[in-house]
Design a protein around this ligand. Structure first.
Ligand code: HEM
Length: 409
């Protein structure tokens, strides 16, 4: 296997159902670089963790564009990059303002207070399955659940989902790193979609600035804390980020979770008897089948040495989170799904200043979703294994997950 083929294989769809043998290959070369201005790939746990905390690694969209990546999210879309594509101090200021509705920094209280509401949405979805004995977990459960939640949290009308889904799909498709000829087309479709989504959200933001309704859009647009207000454009970029990040990843966590539990029925059974096991199951899933497989949007803003290899200033760098999560230097028996392992410090939510903003919500959603599926579905089983996957290599998960069961409990 040549290195050239290794890099291409990451986006190659044939590896989507099981990319882990490929990641094992990648870990053999601590810093993989194919030349020609291509990215430097880092795949070992400790190296990734160090780099996620290294201020010489930039998330700034402008640095990435200067490094030759086909970057969207810049000025040409009419919306400034959101804080996931910015460095301090701007990143920190915007993230702090976005966090204000959640109370003191990192307080899970607001999220914990949503537990009852989340459980109700889950019950309604499961009750709504009716008399059927076969479902698609993605379309009938794992997608509608987080969409409903993020819509309520932000204050976006749930019934508008078909409208914004048409814009979200091309934006998500563009998150995949370069795949060749059709890139320019993909990029311009994504730019157009981001602008449309921004314009749609602008109407809602305008309404809320006149008449706040207590939701997150209202809070963002009326926030006047120590960091000052966000500009309208900053509110829109933040809302686009939260709307997309809020459901496109969680759908995969829930679906990967159900798939993994059906492949390891002993845990499904244990979960049915004890919903508290969902905490460890979700953490182990974030290690074993992480919904965000890699972070390909980083640039070195100084020469950086990793294991004796110098990554030159101005290079793009891909941090292979899912490869780090299976690194035998870090985790014993890493290819085993083992929610009982004592130490599960995975990279599934990233780490450092950009670590996932929505982690407490995503965790709670997945814990409730999986424990309720385990409790309510009688004798569930997979109809096809492996299931068909979504095209996306970065946000990886099944497009459909058809399962059969004997009825609802
Ligand atoms: C950042 C994963 C759910 C909002 C991240 C990052 C990862 C991640 C790996 C780091 C990206 C980087 O370093 O560049 C996930 C996974 C989720 C999930 C696996 C579900 C299972 C959510 C939810 C929300 C959210 C529900 C919103 C409510 C964000 C935001 C950032 C982020 C705003 C950017 C943080 C920053 O740049 O400071 N997420 N996420 N995520 N996530 Fe999540």
């Amino acid at each position: 296997m040549t290195h050239q083929s290794l890099l291409r294989q990451i986006t190659d769809y044939t590896n989507r159902a099981d990319p882990y043998p490929l990641y094992k290959e990648l870990r053999k070369t601590p810093v993989l670089h194919e030349g020609d201005g291509g990215p430097y790939l880092v795949s070992s746990y400790w190296d990734i963790l160090n780099l996620l905390h290294d201020p010489r690694i930039s998330s700034d969209a402008a640095n990435l564009a200067a490094a030759g990546a086909d970057e969207m999210g810049g000025a040409e879309t009419g919306l400034p990059p959101s804080f996931i594509r910015q460095d301090p101090p701007e990143h920190d200021r915007l993230r702090r303002i976005a966090n204000r509705p959640f109370g003191p920094p990192h307080s899970p209280d607001k999220i914990e207070s949503m537990r009852g509401e989340l459980a109700e949405i889950v019950s309604e979805l499961i009750d709504g399955l009716g008399e059927t004995r076969q479902i698609d977990v993605v379309d009938q459960f794992a997608y509608p659940f987080p969409v409903t939640v993020i819509c309520r949290l932000l204050g976006v009308p749930r019934e508008d989902e078909p409208r914004f889904r048409a814009w979200v799909d091309p934006i998500v498709a563009s998150l995949d790193p370069d795949t060749g000829r059709e890139d320019a087309e993909r990029r311009s479709a994504a730019q157009e979609a981001r602008m449309q989504l921004g314009m749609y959200l602008a109407q809602l933001v305008e309404q809320r600035s006149k008449k706040p309704t207590g939701d997150m859009l209202s809070e963002l647009v009326t926030s006047h804390g120590p960091d000052g207000p966000m500009t309208t454009m900053e509110v829109l970029s933040t809302a686009v980020l939260l709307l997309i990040a809020g459901h496109e990843t969680t759908v995969n966590l829930i679906t990967n979770g159900m798939l993994t539990l059906l492949r390891h029925p002993e845990y499904l059974e244990r979960l049915r008897d004890d919903p508290r096991l969902s905490v460890n199951i979700v953490e182990e899933l974030l290690r074993y089948e992480p919904p965000v497989q890699l972070v390909p949007q980083r640039t070195c803003i100084a020469d950086i040495e990793v294991r004796g290899i110098t990554i030159p200033k101005g290079s793009r760098i891909w941090l292979m989170l899912a490869a780090g999560n299976r690194d035998p230097e870090r985790f014993k028996d890493p290819d085993r799904f083992d929610p009982d392992r004592g130490d599960i410090q995975h990279l599934g939510f990233g780490s450092g200043i950009h670590s996932c903003f929505g982690a407490p919500l995503a965790r709670l959603e997945a814990q409730i979703a999986l424990s309720e599926l385990a409790r309510r579905l009688d004798n569930p089983h997979l109809v096809e294994d492996p299931p068909p996957y979504r095209q996306n290599a970065v946000l990886r998960g099944p497009r459909h997950l058809r399962i059969g069961f004997d009825g609802l409990r």
